[in-house]
Design a protein around this ligand. Sequence first.
Ligand code: ADP
Ligand code: MG
Length: 727
Amino acid sequence: MANSRFRAVEEAFAKEAVVAEPPAPATSDYYGCNVFGRKNMRRYLSADTRQKVYESIEQGVTLDRDVAEQVAAGMKRWAQDMGATHYTHWFQPLTGGTAEKHDSFSEPYGKGDSIETFSGKILCQQESDASSFPNGGLRNTFEARGYTAWDPSSPAFVMGDRLCIPTVFISYTKEALDYKTPLLKSELAVSSATADLLKYFGIEGDRVFAYLGWEQEYFLVDAALYAQRPDLIMAERTLIGHNSARNQQLEDHYFGAIPGRVLEFMKDLEFECYKLGIPIKTRHNEVAPNQFEIAPVYEQCNIAIDHNLLLMSLMRTVADRHGFKALLHEKPFAGVNGSGKHCNWSLGTESGVALLSPGKTDLENLRFLTLTANILKAVYDNNALLKSSILTASNAHRLGANEAPPAIISSFLGEQVTEAFEELLTSRDMVKIKGKVGYNLGIPQVPDLFMDNTDRNRTSPFAFTGNRFELRAVGSSANCSSAVSVLNTITAYQFKRYKENVDRRIASGTPMMKAILDETRETYRACRNICFDGNGYSEEWLKEAAARGLDCETSPPLCYDVLTSPRTVEVYRDTGVLTEVELKARSEICWEIYSKKIEIEARVLADLTANHILPVATRYQSFLLDNVSKMKDIFEGKEYKQVAGPEIRIIKDIAEHVSKARMLAEEMEEAVDEVCDIESERSRAVAFHDKVVPFLDEVRVHVDALEMIVDDQMWPLPKYRELLFIR
Ligand code: ADP
Ligand code: MG
């Protein structure tokens, strides 16, 4: 039998019957096909109009309404050819997600006919109800007007049946109600402040950009199991669930082989991304089971962030197609790593000069040290502000939990750069920075390696990694604009102060190079305390950081106070990124969202405990009680004690956990009701943190203990071992 089977295969090979599958289309064949970028503009816009659009994108020239009319006409024809029937302004309210309101191209025309319309006016601006988006008290509900306005620097795209136009979102009173407005302003501020500094180093007329390369971590769970977890559905994380015996301790998931079902999802997701021009480059398994990462090639911040938001919504849709749910929450499962979104941030010029790379000449090295010292100073002076931009109710589970950076912002520079800075402190001359070194492994067939000039430090929140800084503290579900616009803004502010000081030195007769060297030395000296290359998870660091004057607050509501501190207000005023009124509104929104998230978690947990867990636990308890009392009919005296004893202990355990869980859940609900009555957003958020959050863990302890006792067949929710291992 076996022989004849092999023979058939051999014959098939002999006849070359194995036909190769047709090659898959190259990514470049369809890359960007759903985007109204240059390729599609060439087909749908006249040369004149195109030129105006390019000027607007590249030089920030405002488009006049005539040109907008031409663009709208071309865009509409393209979108219709792509099958779109609707259009929407696509914006980023402070809820964290994206918002769309679909309008049809179709308009009634004549008697009973309709035509498709889309004007320049609609492309440029839409008016909508702003009162239902977070506004931090900027608007009363009866004053509802808000406006979305076209951002031509991020290309329009077709998603499903609609043409999406990236826009900013502002209130009738002209305050920003979104993430994009301050981000765009912060890019302008950092770009012009950097360009001003570069003149010292002989670079003029080369535009500067801030770049961002994000790395998005996420979990996948089976959609059918997800549907049975009210906590995942309502709070996006498991509020109860005992650790499974095996989780990430074998360290076998990181970079492991990607499960087949997941790989199919990833390929589909990448396909959708490429069509939208999102330059995805990397995919791999992450540390925790069912945890993965996807990362693109870096882009200008505004585009990179739009792409990240698009990716997050694509992820959800594509996961549905594959029978998965994508979890973007920072800590969906206790006891295994949570998810972050590393933000690789750098500055560079249009002609390709990477400004955060050590250079080849003394002047390039001094430029690098100057920019870096100022970035460190910006992060040092505003470390609490940077932290407030990444700290949310959900990200608070990661920070300081030995898996992500601690809730203290410090910076890792690595040996070579630190050495160069330390040398600068004592030397009067230009300093050298060591480059990569060659290394021969001693195995002839393995080529020479080039070792980086510094190791990695995975505990550092803001680590220098050779040509960029990596802000590792951002949460996986966040709109990373929040953190990136802070980085841009504080850097711009510090660059301006530095330039004022150098100019002052020059004006009082110091030669320019000496003025730069002296000021850079003083800048580094003033912020050395932000540099820390050691273990950020250690107890000693907590003490040391406090002694160095770094902000060590871990309560998110208290961290938001910094948004309206005199220093923050001045930094934002000077750079023109946000007004004091806008900052105040943002802090109110942070408190409001924090309170709402915790309230939802507490109410879902109380419901799960009272309605799902305790009834099952008591049912199992009665089953045991019944068993124990029936044993009495058969066994007597000592023998009865021996056989019934262990079960009686379990019954007592159940009774104890049930009564404690019930009592704590009730107390938690009372606390929630009380806290909800507090008028001020700030005091309410602080009370949620202090009075409600501790209950979430306390209730859970007893429920998780019951999970280990109660009959597996009766347990009403899928367990970690089922949720966390895709087969
Ligand atoms: P890691 O090894 O840290 O996980 P990845 O390859 O997953 O790195 O991601 C690194 C990210 O950093 C990518 O998005 C990459 O494009 C980005 N990146 C590389 N160089 C720069 C730079 N100069 N500025 C900003 N981002 C950069
Ligand atoms: Mg990575």
